[in-house]
Write a protein that binds this ligand. Structure first.
Ligand code: ADP
Ligand code: MG
Ligand code: MG
Length: 253
């Protein structure tokens, strides 16, 4: 089975004030089928980790590596990362004017598989996935994320996840801006992908709420660009009660 290994990752960005170190040595190993929650206060570098895995050009990897079954992800172009089986759902999904959701999905599927999906089964798959996510069929013909509400964008990310069938998914604050009904629908989508294809999940979140629906096998507390503590699901329960203050104090000391 597949494994995604993040090793001693250091990441910085250029700002007007100069170079800012954000990730300061992150180690994380995710096996296929496992769900890892990354939890932490705002500004701790959670999204930066997601961007580094995605290959966002603003984020410079100064040292360390990201290995997918031993292959260096950092040497891959962005489309090669998707082909290798990585899926990234960003905290702020981008709008793509002039490209319909249906065309975007088909193009992405074709690029990832190396051949176009057979049209009839594909149409059926798209319809089925949209129904699963309680998305109105009109979303197929709308431009990607254009004018979508926050919750609709998150559903749309999970639609991509269900259809593209990656091996590993990084979900950055997929729970933010969702009401409880939408949260359930989105979580069901992730859980289906886990059950059907043994998806490995890196679930980035500030709040413990989503972890009631997507059960993590491991919880990592992220503070100041590092993993400050790791444990099982019980660690999320402790964070729910205690918050992040203890970790922030320890990071200052
Ligand atoms: P989180 O997702 O945990 O809230 P981020 O990874 O978004 O944290 O940000 C971590 C820190 O790095 C914050 O202090 C943030 O302001 C800073 N940062 C992130 N991206 C940039 C950027 N592109 N330019 C300048 N500062 C950034
Ligand atoms: Mg944030
Ligand atoms: Mg973030």
């Amino acid at each position: 089975s597949s494994v995604l290994e993040i090793k001693d990752l250091h990441v910085s960005v250029e700002t007007e004030q100069g170079t800012k170190q954000i990730l300061k040595g992150v180690d994380l190993t995710i096996r296929q089928g496992e769900t890892h929650a990354i939890m932490g206060p705002n500004g701790s570098g959670k999204s930066t980790l997601a961007y580094a895995i995605a290959g966002h050009p603003r984020y410079t990897v100064d040292s360390g590596s990201i290995l997918l079954d031993g292959e260096e992800v950092l040497d891959m172009e962005i489309d090669e990362r998707a082909k290798a089986g990585l899926f990234l759902a960003m905290q702020y999904p981008v709008e793509i004017p002039g490209v319909t959701n249906a065309n975007f999905l088909r193009t992405a599927k074709t690029a990832i598989d190396g051949e176009a999906p057979a049209i009839r089964t594909w149409m059926k798959d798209v319809k089925g996935a949209m129904a699963n996510l309680r998305m109105d069929s009109s979303f197929a013909e709308r431009n990607v994320n254009e004018g979508f509400s926050g919750g609709e964008k998150k559903r749309n990310e999970i639609l991509q996840l269900e259809l593209l069938k990656p091996r590993f998914a990084v979900l950055d604050e997929t729970d933010s801006g969702l009401d409880v009904d939408a949260l359930k629908v989105v979580s069901e989508g992730v859980n289906r992908a886990k059950a059907e294809s043994g998806l490995g999940v890196l679930l980035i979140t500030h709040y413990t709420r989503i972890l009631r629906y997507i059960k993590p096998d491991f919880v990592h507390v992220f503070v100041n660009g590092r993993v400050a503590e790791e444990g099982g699901p019980e660690l999320a329960d402790r964070l729910e009660e205690e918050g992040y203050d203890r970790f922030l104090e320890a990071a200052k000391a």
